[in-house]
Design a binder for this molecule. Sequence first.
Ligand SMILES: CC(C)(COP(=O)(O)OP(=O)(O)OC[C@H]1O[C@@H](n2cnc3c(N)ncnc32)[C@H](O)[C@@H]1OP(=O)(O)O)[C@@H](O)C(=O)NCCC(=O)NCCS
Length: 164
Amino acid sequence: MLTIRKATLKDLGAITEIYNAAILQTVATFDTEPKTGEEQKSWFAHHDARHPVLVAEQDNQIVGWASLSMWADRCAYSDTAEASLYVREEYRGKGIGRRLNEVIMQEGGKAGLHTLIARITEGNEASLHLARSAGYQHIGVMKEVGRKFDRLLDVHLMQYIYKD
Ligand SMILES: CC(C)(COP(=O)(O)OP(=O)(O)OC[C@H]1O[C@@H](n2cnc3c(N)ncnc32)[C@H](O)[C@@H]1OP(=O)(O)O)[C@@H](O)C(=O)NCCC(=O)NCCS
């Protein structure tokens, strides 16, 4: 059974393991060096009721996580957040990402956010499809803004606006 719930500090090790694997193996994130426990504690501390971190739990392990992070620290951006979504490799393609995404979007709505932004690297078809089918609109492409694994990479900007 799949359970989606708010993350606690106890989940941070598993969250970090999933994220660090994505850093080392994919261009989904533009981080290039694995995160340390201290860096992750600081990242977690920057989340709150308005900027939640969720985990997906199955088979007694954390199989994915999702977060809404501050888009920018200038106050007028406070109703905008950036969505992130990561599923453990062996558990991808089983609907876990879709479920995590649904719940994190609901949480953002309950918290009173107005809009969500997702930055999706070119070629990440699963993520682009997931965002589009959840109601995100494609608002632009930032050309060649990343360089990872010796490749220049475009980033698609996707936006979801909550209906009042
Ligand atoms: C993106 C990610 C979170 C999706 O999670 P997941 O659990 O594998 O996704 P799901 O199984 O819920 O599938 C989501 C949808 O993507 C579709 N999909 C999967 N792979 C696809 C592909 N290569 N091309 C197009 N669609 C694809 C699925 O068919 C499903 O759509 P449907 O429900 O309409 O059939 C996961 O692949 C992942 O962690 N990737 C690495 C990190 C990452 O890219 N994070 C996002 C950063 S923006």
